[in-house]
Write a protein that binds this ligand. Structure first.
Ligand code: HEC
Length: 136
């Protein structure tokens, strides 16, 4: 093995070890009760922008497609009949999303949204609702 080659290997091994150490640290920093589906959000949170609840409502709002129908600012919906969500009460938002998901709320346009709600679990619904409630 040439000297340059050996040096190259040492660099690769060192980088690998650093990555493993970083991963272990990131895992420790992640909130203990974060659910498995939130792994991506958890990893992102551990990387620096960790909100108190451990889930990033703003990111979830985009990732879970809510943004497509309710608008970037949550008050310019795709269709005029679709609701504005920005600034709405958090508890009310949680209840409505859960009711739409379960089918308890079911009329007119509800079906449009129901189709995406398998994408969010209870913790994610709460995180998104908290984010929406905080918008002006
Ligand atoms: C395909 C379009 C669509 C998507 C995607 C969508 N929604 Fe909706 N959403 C609607 C429509 C339409 C309604 C109104 C339903 C009705 O009239 O009952 C609604 C209603 C709501 C309500 C109730 C508002 C109120 O004032 O009662 C909340 C909260 C809400 N959506 C949040 C979300 C969140 C969070 C997501 C992402 C996980 C999401 N929506 C994804 C179309 C959508």
């Amino acid at each position: 093995m040439s000297r340059a080659r050996r040096t190259g290997w040492i660099v690769v091994v060192a980088a690998g070890a650093a990555f493993v150490a970083w991963q272990a640290q990131a895992q420790q920093a992640a909130p203990a009760k974060a659910p498995a589906p939130a792994a991506a959000a958890g990893a992102k949170a551990a990387a620096g922008a960790k909100p108190a609840a451990g889930l990033d409502g703003a990111a979830l709002y985009k990732e879970k497609t809510c943004v497509a129908c309710h608008g970037k600012d949550a008050k310019t919906p795709l269709l005029p009949e679709y609701p504005k969500l920005a600034g709405q009460n958090e508890a009310y938002l949680v209840r409505q999303i859960q009711d739409i998901k379960s089918g308890a709320r079911n009329h007119g346009n509800t079906a449009a949204m129901q189709g995406v709600l398998h994408l969010v679990n209870d913790d994610e619904i709460k995180a998104i609702s908290a984010y929406l409630a905080g918008l002006k």
